[in-house]
Design a binder for this molecule. Sequence first.
Ligand code: ADP
Length: 473
Amino acid sequence: MNQINKIWQKIDPFSLRVRLTIGIAAFSTLGLGSLAIWTTWKMQQILINSHKYNIERIADRLPRDVQIYSAMMSPEQGLQKSVDSLINTNTFIWIKNPENKIIAKSNNWDELSDTAASELMSLTEMSVKPQVTKVKQRYFVLCGGSLPIKGNVLGNLFVVQDVTREQTMYLAMVQSLGIASSLVIIIISVAIAFYIQRSLKPLRQLSHMTEVISAADLPEAQLSIDKAPSEVKELAQTFNMLLSRLSQSWEQERQFVSNVSHELRTPLTIVHGYLQSVLRRQNNLTPTQLEALETAALEAEHTIRLLQDLLDLARADSGYLHFNIDPCVLNDLVIEVVGMAHKYSDRQIIIESTNQTIEVKADYNRLKQVLLNLIDNAVKYSEADTPVIVKLHQQGEEATIQVFDKGYGIPLQHQSRIFERFYRVDENRNRSTGGSGLGLSIVKTLVESMGGSVSVRSRLGEGSVFTISLPIS
Ligand code: ADP
């Protein structure tokens, strides 16, 4: 039951597969159904209609025969003679006078059971058009009408033919035809569903291939499917052209960001340098001028850092970011970075590591940049009286550096997105911290370029832990 439920939930009513299957199955049902109805109708014609025609002919001929015989003998004798001459096997005739009394009948009634015979003869009226009726488990074609002789109505004529054998055969054939058609429709529908599933496989392949293409793969991304219908191959070709156009515009955008960052960074660094030197020789500045200059220097510094980050990301994207990969002792690196962090902030930063020396293969300066970024975030997104902990650990072939804070934490739905460029969780709170939303994407790019990985674990209101894993050297 559970299994059926699962399969049922997997079926998408709007999918091409379901729509095509339902469409083709409906058309097959319509086609087969029409064929079955036509066959049924034809069978009825063959089996029953000849009998209907027969009794209609008898009902038509009897009045004429009676008239002919009545000229030679008494009307009663003429009537009986006509009836006797017209009957054949399984055909029964009787005539009732206006008082509803039988005045003549065929002499073959003993072929029928008494109950069926008496039920038939008790009928007082019959339609002029022959009809099939069931009487006591037997089927009869009946028709009747008035019997006029020389202008006078002699009585009512009843003609009946036993068609039990034909009707039973007909009903059995209709039943078999119904069962066979339903089975064929079910088999055709299942076969169509499988065939459509197979035919749509190349489209699914195409979709899976497209799904895994990231911005970094764009220049080499090519979709190719063997053994696909020409329409799907054509679609893959169109996708390939689209990918190449995307790749070109992505490249142009990267180039633009890289150029702009580079062009802006140099003059801004000069401005920042001048501001710093004026601030150093600040003897005759008023407090307002001093505050304005300090704000300008701080903003210039933020912007230079932002431009540097943009430049690094653009270079990493185009594969031009240079790395000096050498063995580095993580214990020394952590002590140095924590020392640097203390210059900017008086936050308590605790290092927890074993006495064991942990050595990884990485770019020392880039790794310092990564760790400084994480410690900077830990300080920015926690209260001033909470400590930041940096833990060093080695397990097997992997070394980890973890940065713990007891800060605001990151809501679960944002945790997978904070490594995206310019993604910031709470814009209102973050504005005061002065970040740009690029720090963690730089961290991720640098760590992954050095063969490592970065992850986050966080609880809202309790704090966060960022873990960098690197292969040991
Ligand atoms: P920003 O320049 O805004 O710090 P990041 O890329 O470094 O940019 O971080 C992205 C977002 O992730 C931040 O805006 C912040 O909301 C969240 N974040 C990063 N580190 C932490 C942390 N230690 N604690 C809570 N939130 C964090």
